[in-house]
Write a protein that binds this ligand. Structure first.
Ligand code: GUN
Ligand code: ZN
Length: 456
């Protein structure tokens, strides 16, 4: 066995076996229901082969199993796994960001007095440029680099209304062998004419993209009506029909984000019981559906999400930045509806899921709710994987999962180092990472066993 201490493990490729020795953190259940769901190995080891996790546990156990097997179960002639000694660092599953917009990468942090003027003045003009495939390809690369730098290995992504923007993003993801979900925005009213599709064209283009990309490598398609105000009833109906015809595709949209938006939906759909009910009426509430924001839901809406398995993407940096409102963690928790955390870039102000946890914690506090760090890390890994029906594939370091993981450096900044040196529990260390951490704390990101980002 060869020992390496550097993070430059990209030479391993996805086929060679490797063992990463570090502190390990992952979940095997929801820590709110079972305190034993958090798995922590202070001196742990992760054994990866062919892009998958083949063994995990304390370093002494995992290394002993390799020695006794010769190679951990590979044939006797296979090369012994290289051992990477990363003691002092934390290896955990890559983050899962369940809601963000790749065409908005360059307009992140654009000021506006609320959601609707922000869409009109910044978002729609910015998204127009994605008609040009070359521009879409350039930004797709920048966007994916930014996700990986922040330790996000899976995301649920809105493209623009142009199918070529979806091709651009998926081509980058396919070339880098990432697990990603994305879809073309459908919108056929209340937007500039140069961004509008029609009910029929939106459906045809979405169906062609499903045929081209859904379940190719590790990619999946999301049917993406932008939000109820920019789709006619006819378009929402065809989106619902597609969702029924392709039951293993995803659905993504926005709901109940902003008071003006909610009032507008009430005018546009006067017979609907609520904003969420507009989607429910056309079959857009089901498992694998992800709704951004969910701030102004009522108890019946929450019960409906719990019943159908549709999940909320809670976007605290965006909701604070645009002044949209405060997500009610207490009511969501009581209802049993699935929740996840998301950046909502470019309404959100950071690609970092650590920065997102930071704001989520404060939003919860403002509502009198205590969102502990352990739960925030669960929601950003296994919790999101469960909401997306990806448990067993990503979101955990359990054996059999794809090797999508990150290496976290709690000494990345002088202050983070001093703060975490004083921590006396795993939860306290995770809390410090959420409050003080960002992309600087992500020392490396691995996807399907390959190093796809390394911070020098
Ligand atoms: N509602 C409809 N479109 C958008 C968008 O692009 N961002 C946000 N935050 N909300 C939306
Ligand atoms: Zn959004």
């Amino acid at each position: 066995m060869t020992q390496h201490s550097s993070l430059s493990a990209s030479d391993d490729g996805a086929t060679r076996a490797a063992i990463y020795r570090a502190s390990l953190l992952y979940f095997i259940g929801d820590p709110a229901l079972d305190p034993a769901a958090l798995q922590w190995h202070e001196d742990g080891a992760l054994h990866v082969r062919d892009g998958r996790i083949v063994d995990v546990g304390s370093a002494s156990e995992v290394l002993a199993r390799v020695t006794s097997d010769g190679d951990g179960g590979v044939s006797a002639v296979a090369a012994a796994p290289a051992i990477h000694d990363w003691r002092g660092r934390i290896v955990m599953p890559g983050f899962i960001d369940t809601h963000l917009h790749f065409p908005q990468t360059e307009m992140i942090g654009s000021p506006a007095p609320g959601l609707l003027p922000w869409l009109e003045h910044y978002t729609f003009p910015t998204e127009r440029a994605f008609e040009d495939s070359a521009h879409a390809q350039t930004i797709a690369d920048v966007f994916i680099d930014e996700l990986l730098r922040n330790g996000t290995t899976t995301a649920m992504v809105y493209c623009s209304v142009h199918p070529q923007s979806v091709d651009a993003l998926f081509e980058v993801c396919a070339a880098r062998d990432l697990r990603m979900i994305a879809g073309k925005v459908m919108m056929d009213r209340h937007c500039p004419p140069w961004l509008s599709d029609t009910a029929e064209r939106g459906a045809q283009e979405s169906e062609a993209l499903i045929a081209r990309w859904h379940n190719k490598q590790r990619l999946a398609y999301a049917i993406t009506p932008r939000f109820a105000p920019t789709s006619t009833s006819a378009q929402l109906a065809v989106a619902g029909a597609l969702a029924k015809q392709y039951p293993d595709t995803y659905i993504q949209s926005h709901v109940a984000e902003n008071r003006d938006e909610v009032a507008w939906v009430k005018e546009l759909f006067p017979t609907a019981r609520s904003y969420l009910n507009v989607y429910d009426q056309v079959g857009l509430l089901r498992e694998r559906a992800m709704y951004g924001h969910c701030i102004y839901l009522d108890d019946d809406d929450r019960a409906r999400m719990a019943e159908t398995g549709a999940a909320a993407a809670v976007c605290p940096t965006s909701n604070l930045f645009l002044g949209s409102g405060l997500f009610d963690f207490e009511k969501a928790q009581r209802s049993g509806m699935p929740i996840t955390l998301a950046t909502d870039v470019g309404g959100g102000t950071s690609f970092s899921m650590l920065a997102t946890m930071n704001e989520a914690y404060k939003v919860a506090r403002m509502g009198g709710y205590y969102l502990d760090a352990t739960r925030m890390f669960y929601l950003s890994t296994l919790g999101a994987a469960r909401a997306l029906h990806l448990e067993g594939q990503v979101g955990s370091l359990a054996v059999g999962n794809e090797a999508d993981f990150i290496v976290v450096d709690r000494h990345a900044t002088p202050l983070l180092s001093r703060r975490t040196d004083r921590c006396t529990s795993v939860d306290e260390t995770l809390f410090a990472l959420a409050m003080l951490g960002d992309d600087r704390a992500i020392a490396a990101t691995f996807s399907h066993g390959r190093c796809v980002h390394r911070r020098d």
